[in-house]
Design a protein around this ligand. Structure first.
Ligand code: URA
Ligand code: SF4
Length: 186
């Protein structure tokens, strides 16, 4: 059931014109992954590679994410990966409040259909949008309960591109995430 509804969301996203980001995009980028995943990962917005291919986290940041997931024994096809906004902002600027608001319905629907056990917010944009948080450097690794959902806070994979120590941070956080998930499952 959720698979069919997710497919509907994908199609709506791919033709969406609810905000101005539709004017500059090549492709909208719907979420991707397993429709019954226990883990959902939320980034900021598509970058250049994602805009070209229409898939989330397929560029360099995606490569870093894959490395961290693999380190923690998480298989990419067993999770669901998406973004706060589904179209690339020009020059990768941070999405505006109005754009996030226009796109919010899709993300909320993805969460309610997949019902992940833990939602991993990656970076300040996702952290702020979903939890009203700031200062990811200080708050990464935290677990937050909100409106019946469980969230795990981590840094954005793009931050690790030229920073080996942040890649270590991301990798360690992914291990903590797995431990937390296993803890919930008992
Ligand atoms: N950065 C993001 O936030 N999302 C992507 O899909 C790729 C890079
Ligand atoms: Fe629609 Fe979201 Fe793309 Fe804006 S960013 S056009 S709301 S899919």
């Amino acid at each position: 059931m959720s698979l069919i509804q997710l497919e509907k969301i994908r199609r709506r996203v791919s033709i969406c014109t609810k905000c101005d980001l539709c004017k500059s995009r090549t492709n909208a980028v719907p979420g991707k992954g397993y429709h019954k995943s226990e883990l959902m990962f939320i980034g900021e917005a598509p970058g250049r590679s994602e805009d070209k291919q229409g898939e989330p986290f397929v560029g360099i940041a995606g490569k870093k994410l894959s490395i961290a997931l693999e380190y923690a024994g998480i298989s990419r096809d067993k999770v669901y990966i998406t973004n706060v906004v589904k179209c690339r902002p020009p020059k990768n600027r941070i999405p505006k409040e109005s754009e996030k608001k226009a796109c919010e319905h899709y993300l909320k629907t993805e969460i309610s259909l997949i019902k992940p056990k833990i939602i991993c917010v990656m970076g300040n944009t996702a952290y702020h949008s979903l939890l009203g948080g700031s200062n990811i450097t200080k708050n990464h690794g935290k677990i937050v309960k909100k409106n019946g959902n469980l969230y795990f806070v981590t840094i954005h994979p793009a931050a690790t591109i030229y920073n080996q120590s942040l890649l270590q941070t991301l990798k360690k956080d992914m291990k903590t995430l797995v431990k937390t998930l296993n803890g919930i499952k008992g």
